[in-house]
Design a protein around this ligand. Sequence first.
Ligand SMILES: C[S@@+](CC[C@H](N)C(=O)[O-])C[C@H]1O[C@@H](n2cnc3c(N)ncnc32)[C@H](O)[C@@H]1O
Length: 310
Amino acid sequence: MASSSVDLIITDPPYGIEGDKLDRHYNRDESFVLDGYVEVPSIEYPQFSEEWILEAERILKPGGSLYIISGYTNLIHILNALQKTKLEEKNHLIWKYNFGVYTRTKYISSHYHILFYTKKGKPHTFNTFARYADHEKSVQGGSSNYSDREDVWVINREYKPGKIKNKNELPTQLLIKLIQYSSHEDDLVCDLFLGSFSTAKVAKGLNRKAVGFEMSKTAFDYQIQEFNNIEEGYLLKELRKPPKNQFINSGQPITIEIQGEIFKSHCNHLKQGMTKKQSIEKLSEEFGRGYWSILRIIGDSNNLRTPAST
Ligand SMILES: C[S@@+](CC[C@H](N)C(=O)[O-])C[C@H]1O[C@@H](n2cnc3c(N)ncnc32)[C@H](O)[C@@H]1O
């Protein structure tokens, strides 16, 4: 592949834990699992990781993003390899899944690591409001955007009884989220270890271009047909469309004059009998800025006296 040609890489390399233990990872009937997972001997894992991670760095465009999904066993080798690149660490996400490996004498392992790195040289794509607008609230009352962007994700694996699958398919919802935040339509998304082509299928479903590699001919021959049958952009119809952002002035400098206006308006709200919280919500609408930014300006105004009471 040409250098600097890919916008986004999402990849889940072979585990290096010897393939025959993989069924224990998923605690399930293996009869529908497609044969042909190519494993990497654990002794070769450090060298293997270095080689493919350097290639990933080379093919990424400046500003491109790389997400590596890894279990704990060989995480150290992936991290060591990443340290040998010039890629910039953005996040270390934790993905909590169901069907962890059952153990009696220690805790049950039920999470993966998702390492998010970008290539320097241009600003990286991060569509902060692709899924939730700045003012949207969850049922608990917190910011939906904030909680969607926290770095611990609870996403269940898909249960596909009676369907042909790869040993370790990534959930569609996980891939949708990564692709929505870190790419645009028509961008090129690469998966160096395609397996069931889950990344490529979701990328195509979101109207991105897809490219990748798979060593297992059995897996490749089966999945390429499925991939070819997918309708471009079919997942776009299912995505929720967030409303427009309300905090249109967020990130703009707050002059002394604006601070004064916010403060004056806050006093008026209190005079009208609003609580502090109600006033902040109103100010946030009026001045197009987030709750916390308003709170910083009005400070601890619990003891504010309205002109009428002074
Ligand atoms: C953990 S799986 C990927 C699973 C995939 N993300 C999915 O959702 O189905 C790793 C895949 O890498 C393949 N593989 C192993 N060595 C490879 C290599 N050198 N190049 C390309 N693919 C390889 C394995 O056959 C396996 O299908």
